[in-house]
Design a protein around this ligand. Structure first.
Ligand code: UDP
Ligand code: LCN
Length: 820
C-alpha cells in the first residue's frame, strides 16, 4: 500500500533488502530499535511496531519519507516481532502464505535471516525460557514427513487445489507405462457393495481395455442416443463391461470416448470430466458432533448455529446431486447420507435424544445420534464444545460400528466438521481406509489473540491444548479440506488466514509446530455454501411471503411489554430498523453493536435497533461466555437509557419465521449488521442479503470476502465502533436524501449472492473432489501411510493425554445402568 513498494523487487527477499534500508536511516533506526527493546522482553504486534517507528521520528517530512520507504514497507508487513534484547526477531509476511523471519541486533543493526524454528524459539523466550532452551522440546514437523506432495507456488492458486491436483494426476498418468496404468487398476476396483461396475477382470490390461472400448464405442455409436442401457447390456457384458457407463447409449458413448481419450493421452479437463462421471460415490458420512443437532428448535442454543444450518443444506444438496449422477450412470442404487452427531439424553425438548431421524426434504438421508460414554456410563447433559475431548475416541468407535451396521458397507467419503467432527473423521477414515474431507467452520485459534503462545492461561476455560492438537492432526490427515472462503486459508494482504496461522506456531511448554500445515498444499479447496433460497428470498417477492407469521412478528418487534421472549421496546415504529442475530458468544459482539448504537446520537435518531440472541436471565445460562454477554446487555440498556429505541429478542429457532423477520426488517428499509470480532464465514450475512437487506458486516473474516465494500454491502471494523456506527448512520442519511439508494444496495447484495453463493455449485464441486482425491490417495499410498503413522503417534502420545485432563461434568449423576 505504501508508495515505494516497488523498491522491493519481487525477487528480493526482505532479509536481502533490510540491511541497506537500515543503513539509509541509520540514525533514526538506532533510536527506533532502542525503543523496541526499551521495555524488555515482549511480543509486539504490527501496530506496536508502526507506532514505535512513528514516535521515533519527530520531523513530519522525515517520518513520511521513512514510512513510505522500504522500512515502512517491511514494518507494515510485520505480523509480529519478538523482542529478546538485544535481538528483535521479526515475522514478516509480504504476501498471503509467504513468511520470512529475520533477526536484528538492536545495538549494531546487524540483520540475519532465520528459519521459522528459530523465530519460534525467540517467541518462546518471552513466555517460557526454560522450555525454549530445551533441546528436546517436542517439535512437530509435518513438512519433513510429507516429502512427496507437490506444492503450488502462487498466492493466487491457494484454495484451487482440485485444479492443480488434476494437472499433476494428468502428468503422472502420462508417465506410467502402458500395462500398469493406475487408472486401469482403479477402474477394475470400482464396485457397489461387492457388485462389479464398469469393467470386468477380463479387461485387465491396457491393450485389452483399449480394444474392447473401440468395439463397444463403434457399437453404441450406431444406436439411437436415447436407447436405454438395458437394451445392449448383454452385449456389453460379453465384451467385458459392466454397468455404470451411462443410462443411455448417448451417455455411454460419451463416457467411453472420454476414457479412450484419457488413456491415449491424459488432459486435465477431460480427466476431471471423466472422474465426475465415475460411479465411485454412494454413501457419505458427515460428522457434526457438538451442540444440539436437530431440525427444529435448536438454533441459538449454546454451540448450535451455522454449522447445523450448513450441514442440513449440504446434505440436501449432496443427495440431490448424487441422485442425479446415479441416474445418469444408469444405476439403480440408493445413495445414503448419514449425519452423525451426539445423542443428548437431556434434549431440552428437541429431538436430540432420538437415535435416528430422517432429514426432511431428502429421500435417503438420516441423522444418526450416538451417545457419549465415560467410565461412569452415558453422559446426559450438553457439554460445551470446549470440553468435548474426553469422549471422542469412544464416540468414534461406537459411531463406526453403527455406521457399518446401517450402511451395510463402508462409506465412500467421510466429511468432518469443526475440531471434534474432524478428529473423529480422521480416526474413522484411517481405520476404514476411506477418503476423508474436513471442514472447519471456525478454527478457534484465530479468534483469540495469542491463543497459542498464551495457551496455558486459556486452557482451563477453553482447552486449546486439545483443540489445536486435534486441529493439526485432522488437517494433516485429511485427503482434502473444504473451506468457505479464500481468507479462511490464506487471509488477505493484511491478515493471515485461519489455516495459515497453523503453518508455524508454538505453544510453549507443550509443542512447537515448525511446520503444521502448508497452505500451498493442493488439498485446500474453496467451496462456498449458500442459503436455502426457498426459505431466504427477497422481501419483494410478495406472493411467496409467509404472511401467516406477520402477526407474531409484529408482536415480536413492536409490542410494548417485556416478557420471556423480548425486552425493551420501539417508540417510533416508522423508523428503519437495524437488525442483528447471532448466538450470544463474545466473538459475535452483539453487545458491542448495542454499545456502538447507544453511543452514536446521530444513529439513534435515524434508526431503531433490534437484536436477536441468547436469553435474558444470566443465572440460567450454563455457557461461560453467554452469561457475561447477558449481563453486559442489561448493563448497556440501563447505562445508556435505550428505552424506546432498542428491542432485545431471545434466540429464535424457526428458520421460516426468521426468514420472514429478515424480510420485515427489509420492509422497514432497514439493514442487517454483523458486528463480530471475528467471523469464520457468516451465514446470517448471506441469509440477510438473500432477503434483500443491505448488510454491514465485520471486516474480520469471511464476510469481508462475501461483501464487496460499498458495492454489495459494507465492511465495518469491529474494533472501531465509532467509525462503524458512523458508516451506518451515513448510509441512512444518504437514504433519506436519495430514496433509490436503499434499493440499489439491496439489489447489489442479491446479485452478489446469485453469482457466487449457491448450494448447487457447492455440491458439484465437493463430489468432484471426493472422486479425484480418492484416486490421488490410492496413487500416493506410501506417502499417505508415512504421514498417517506420524500422525497416529502424535495422537496417541499427545492428544490422548491432553484429553484426559479435561474434566468430565458430574453435575447430574450419570446413569450406571446405561453402561453398554
Ligand atoms: N440463528 C438462529 N437463531 C438465533 C441465532 C442464530 O436461527 O437465535 C441461525 C442463523 O439464522 C444462522 C445460524 O443460526 O443460520 C448462525 O450461523 P452463522 O454462520 O452466522 O454463525 P455461527 O453460529 O455458525 O457461528
Ligand atoms: C460456524 C461459524 O462460526 C460461521 O462463521 C459459519 O458461517 C458457520 O459455522 C457455517 O459454516
Amino acid at each position: 500500500s505504501t508508495a515505494s513498494n516497488s523498491a522491493l523487487k519481487r525477487s528480493d527477499s526482505i532479509t536481502d533488502s533490510m540491511p541497506e534500508a537500515l543503513k539509509q536511516s541509520r540514525f533514526h533506526m538506532k533510536r527506533c530499535f532502542a525503543r523496541f527493546v526499551a521495555s524488555g522482553k515482549r511480543l509486539m504486534k504490527q501496530q506496536h511496531v508502526m507506532d514505535d517507528a512513528e514516535k521515533t521520528v519527530e520531523d513530519k517530512v522525515e517520518r513520511k519519507k521513512l514510512l513510505d520507504g522500504m522500512l515502512g514497507y517491511i514494518f507494515s508487513c510485520t505480523q509480529e516481532a519478538a523482542v529478546v534484547p538485544p535481538y528483535i526477531a521479526f515475522a514478516v509476511r509480504p504476501n498471503p502464505g509467504f513468511w520470512e523471519y529475520i533477526k536484528v541486533n538492536a545495538d549494531d543493526l546487524q540483520v540475519e535471516g532465520i528459519e521459522a524454528v528459530e523465530y519460534l524459539k525467540y517467541k518462546e523466550m518471552i513466555f517460557d525460557e526454560k522450555w525454549a532452551n530445551d533441546e528436546n522440546a517436542l517439535e512437530l514437523d509435518f513438512g519433513a514427513i510429507d516429502f512427496s506432495t507437490p506444492r503450488m507456488v502462487l498466492s493466487s492458486s491457494i484454495g484451487n487445489g482440485l485444479n492443480f491436483t488434476t494437472k499433476i494426476l494428468t502428468s503422472r498418468l502420462s508417465e506410467s507405462s502402458q500395462n500398469i496404468n493406475p487408472l486401469l487398476d482403479y477402474l477394475l476396483s470400482l464396485n457397489y457393495q461387492g457388485e462389479n461396475l464398469m469393467i470386468k477382470d477380463t479387461l485387465n490390461t491396457m491393450p485389452k481395455l483399449q480394444q474392447a472400448l473401440k468395439v463397444a464405442e463403434a457399437y453404441v455409436s450406431a444406436l439411437h442416443k436415447d436407447t436405454p442401457y438395458q437394451k445392449f447390456e448383454d452385449r456389453f457384458k460379453e465384451w467385458g463391461f459392466d454397468k455404470g457407463w451411462g443410462n443411455t447409449a448417448g451417455r455411454v458413448k460419451e463416457t467411453m470416448k472420454l476414457l479412450s481419450e484419457v488413456l491415449e493421452s491424459a488432459d486435465p479437463v477431460k480427466l476431471e470430466s471423466l472422474f465426475s462421471r465415475l460411479p465411485n460415490m454412494f454413501n457419505i458420512v458427515i460428522l457434526s458432533i457438538h451442540g444440539y443437532f436437530g431440525q427444529a428448535d435448536v438454533l441459538g442454543l449454546p454451540d448450535t448455529g451455522g454449522q447445523v444450518v450448513y450441514i442440513l443444506d449440504q446434505v440436501r444438496a449432496l443427495e440431490e446431486e448424487l441422485l442425479h449422477k446415479i441416474e445418469l450412470q444408469g444405476l439403480d442404487v440408493k445413495p445414503q447420507i448419514l449425519v452423525v452427531t451426539r445423542l443428548i439424553p437431556d434434549a431440552k425438548g428437541t429431538t436430540c435424544n432420538q437415535e435416528l431421524e430422517p432429514v426432511t426434504h431428502t429421500k435417503h438421508s438420516n441423522i444418526l445420534r450416538v451417545p457419549f460414554y465415560t467410565d461412569k456410563g452415558m453422559l446426559h447433559q450438553w457439554v460445551s464444545r470446549f470440553d468435548i475431548y474426553p469422549y471422542l475416541e469412544r464416540f468414534s468407535q461406537d459411531a463406526t460400528a453403527k455406521i457399518l451396521e446401517l450402511m451395510e458397507d463402508k462409506p465412500d467419503l467421510i466429511i468432518g466438521n469443526y475440531t471434534d467432527g474432524n478428529l473423529v473423521s480422521s480416526l474413522m477414515a484411517s481405520k476404514l481406509g476411506v477418503t476423508q474431507a474436513t471442514i472447519a467452520h471456525a478454527l478457534e485459534k484465530t479468534k483469540y489473540e495469542d491463543s497459542d503462545a498464551k495457551w496455558m492461561a486459556f486452557d482451563e476455560k477453553y482447552h486449546f491444548s486439545c483443540q489445536f492438537t486435534a486441529d493439526i492432526i485432522s488437517m494433516n490427515a485429511a485427503d482434502f479440506i473444504i473451506t468457505s472462503t479464500y481468507q479462511e486459508i490464506a487471509g488477505s494482504k493484511q491478515k493471515p488466514g485461519q489455516y495459515e496461522t497453523h503453518t508455524a506456531f508454538t505453544m510453549p511448554g507443550l509443542c512447537r509446530a515448525v511446520s503444521g500445515i502448508n497452505v500451498f498444499d493442493p488439498k485446500f479447496n474453496i467451496a462456498a455454501p449458500g442459503a436455502d433460497q426457498s426459505v431466504y428470498f427477497p422481501s419483494t417477492e410478495k406472493e411467496q411471503r409467509l404472511i401467516a407469521f406477520h402477526p407474531a412478528i409484529e408482536e415480536l418487534l413492536f409490542s410494548k411489554d417485556d416478557n420471556e421472549e423480548h425486552i425493551g421496546f420501539l417508540e417510533d415504529m416508522k423508523k428503519p430498523i437495524i437488525f442483528s442475530m447471532a448466538r450470544l458468544d463474545k466473538v459475535k459482539n452483539l453487545s458491542g453493536l448495542v454499545e456502538w448504537y447507544a453511543r452514536n446520537k446521530r444513529l439513534r435518531s435515524l434508526v431503531n435497533l433490534v437484536v436477536v440472541g441468547g436469553f435474558f436471565n444470566p443465572a440460567k445460562s450454563k455457557d461461560r461466555e453467554e452469561t457475561e454477554e447477558i449481563k453486559k446487555m442489561h448493563f448497556l440498556m440501563k447505562e445508556y437509557n435505550l428505552k424506546g429505541q432498542f428491542r432485545w429478542i431471545a434466540a429464535q429457532t424457526d428458520r421460516y419465521r426468521n426468514s420472514e423477520l429478515y424480510r420485515c426488517i427489509s420492509d422497514s428499509k432497514g439493514a442487517f449488521v454483523q458486528p463480530a470480532l471475528y467471523e469464520a464465514f457468516g451465514l446470517t450475512v448471506i441469509e440477510a442479503m438473500n432477503c434483500g437487506l443491505p448488510t454491514f458486516a465485520t471486516n474480520q473474516g469471511g464476510p469481508a470476502e462475501i461483501i464487496v465494500d460499498e458495492v454489495s454491502g459494507f465492511h465495518i471494523d469491529p474494533y472501531n465502533g465509532d467509525e462503524s456506527s458512523d458508516k451506518i448512520a451515513d448510509f441512512f442519511e444518504k437514504c433519506k436524501i436519495d430514496s433509490e439508494h436503499w434499493n440499489r444496495m439491496s439489489k447489489a447484495g442479491l446479485q452478489r449472492i446469485n453469482e457466487c453463493y449457491t448450494w448447487k455449485i457447492y455440491a458439484k464441486k465437493v463430489l468432484n473432489m471426493g472422486s479425484i482425491y480418492g484416486f490421488w490417495k490410492r496413487l500416493n499410498k506410501e506417502q499417505k501411510l508415512a504421514k498417517e503413522r506420524y500422525n497416529h503417534m502424535f495422537y496417541n502420545l499427545q492428544f490422548r493425554n491432553l484429553a484426559k485432563q479435561v474434566p468430565i461434568p458430574s453435575e447430574r449423576p450419570q446413569d450406571p445402568t446405561q453402561m453398554p
